[in-house]
Design a protein around this ligand. Structure first.
Ligand code: ZN
Length: 90
């Protein structure tokens, strides 16, 4: 994967290395399963199952599965932040 057009029309690319588009994200479970606590060697860190891209223009988040160039999820910001949103124990 190297270039996509965001729904806001901005072109996103991960050709430059490093870049500010592609995010490397691990779930906590994947991190715990694949990282040796106390001995972190970045060369030995396996590539994650998902690639996450963020559009710097509209802040949409694109989720790609490893080996699939079509986004499986697209997240867009809500128009109004929810001021009622509070942490929950549930
Ligand atoms: Zn965008």
């Amino acid at each position: 994967m190297s270039k996509i057009r965001c729904r806001c029309n901005n072109v996103l690319s991960n050709i430059d290395a490093p870049n500010d588009i592609e995010l490397i994200v691990y779930s906590d479970r994947q991190w715990e399963n694949e990282i040796n606590i106390g001995i972190i060697n970045s060369i030995e860190i396996p590539s994650p199952k998902y690639n996450i891209w963020r559009c710097p223009v509209c802040d949409r988040i694109y989720v790609f599965e490893k080996g699939n160039d079509v986004a499986i999820k697209v997240y867009a910001l809500e128009d109004e932040p929810d001021s009622e949103m509070l942490p929950t124990d549930v």
